[in-house]
Design a protein. Structure first.
Length: 275
C-alpha cells in the first residue's frame, strides 16, 4: 500500500529561460520525518536538473505512481504490515484503503439520448438492473461471496471470501468481470491497494472544496481546513455514502474481509440520501 505517514514540503528557486521560477516538491516516508525531508530534497533536485539541463526525471518520479498526499486517520496493522487504513483525500472525503480485500467501483452506464428524454418524464434516471445480476453471476461462477452496495453514481462490490493482490492478473480479471471503472482499476494498480470512499462528496452537500490540502503549508492553512471539516461533518451526518443491495454467494468468509466489512459499513452506511 502506497500510504506514507510522514510528509515534507520543500521549495526551490532558479532562473529558467530568463525568468525566476519556484518549484514545490513533497517528499514522503513511512519511517521518519527525516526520510520524508530527504525524499523532498531528492525530488526537487531531479526537477531542477530537468529544468536546467533538459534531463527528464527518472520513471519512478512519475506522479501517477506517487503515494497520495492523504492524512492517515486510522490504521490496522497485522504482523508489522498495514492491511487497512482510513485516510482523508484531497476533496476531504474519508477513504478506506485495503492491502488485499477487494473493492470494485462500478459506474452506472452513461444514458443515451432516448434515456435522457425518458428520464424527464420519469423524474429521474432509470435504475441499472444489469449490475446486480452480473454480480450474482460472477459470485456463482467464481465460487465467491460478494456484497453489493448502491452508491450515488453506481455500485460498489466487496469480496468477502478471498483476498487479492492489487494489480495482480487475478484481481484485475475479477474487476473487469464485475464491470469496474477502468480508472479505478488503474488507481488500484498504481497505489497497490483497493480503495472505497466512506463519506459523502462535499459538492453534493452544497459545500466548497477544502481551502487547504495535506500536508499543511502553515498552521493557518490547517486551521482553515479544520473549520471547513467541522462544517463538512455537520452536513455529512445527514447523508449516507452507500446502501447494501444484497450479498451473493455462499462461500466461507475470510476473517480479514469480515473485519474490513465492519469498518466499511460503520462509516459508509446510513438512512440519509446518498451523496
Amino acid at each position: 500500500m502506497k500510504i506514507r505517514r510522514y510528509w515534507s514540503r520543500h521549495a526551490a528557486s532558479l532562473e529558467h529561460q530568463g525568468e525566476p521560477w519556484t518549484i514545490t516538491c513533497f517528499g514522503a516516508s513511512d519511517n521518519s520525518p527525516e526520510q520524508a525531508h530527504s525524499d523532498a530534497l531528492d525530488r526537487a533536485a531531479q526537477i531542477l536538473r530537468y529544468l536546467r539541463d533538459g534531463q527528464r526525471p527518472a520513471d519512478d518520479y512519475a506522479y501517477a505512481d506517487r503515494p497520495l498526499r492523504e492524512e492517515i486517520l486510522d490504521e490496522t496493522v497485522e504482523g508489522g504490515r498495514r492491511i487497512a487504513a482510513l485516510t482523508r483525500n484531497a476533496s476531504g472525503n474519508v477513504v478506506l484503503n485495503t492491502a488485499d480485500v477487494l473493492f470494485a467501483d462500478i459506474d452506472d452506464p452513461k444514458p443515451g439520448f432516448l434515456d435522457r428524454i425518458a428520464a424527464l418524464f420519469r423524474g429521474g434516471r432509470k435504475e441499472d438492473s444489469e449490475t446486480p445480476e452480473r454480480t450474482r453471476a460472477v459470485a456463482e461462477r467464481n465460487g465467491l461471496r460478494i456484497r453489493l452496495y448502491r452508491t450515488r453514481g453506481g455500485y460498489r462490490a466487496l469480496v468477502t471470501s478471498r483476498l487479492y493482490e492489487p494489480g495482480s492478473a487475478k484481481a484485475e480479471a475479477l474487476l473487469a468481470e464485475l464491470g469496474s471503472d477502468p480508472l479505478y482499476v488503474r488507481l488500484c494498480r498504481t497505489q497497490e491497494s483497493f480503495r472505497a470512499r466512506l463519506s459523502p462528496k462535499a459538492w453534493r452537500l452544497g459545500l466548497p472544496r477544502p481551502p487547504a490540502r495535506f500536508p499543511w503549508a502553515t498552521p493557518a492553512a490547517e486551521a482553515a481546513f479544520r473549520q471547513w471539516l467541522r462544517d463538512y461533518e455537520t452536513a455529512a451526518a445527514q447523508y449516507a455514502t452507500c446502501r447494501l443491495v444484497e450479498e451473493y454467494g455462499t462461500a466461507r468468509t475470510e476473517p480479514r474481509a469480515v473485519s474490513v466489512t465492519r469498518m466499511h459499513d460503520r462509516h459508509a452506511l446510513g438512512d440519509g440520501e446518498l451523496a
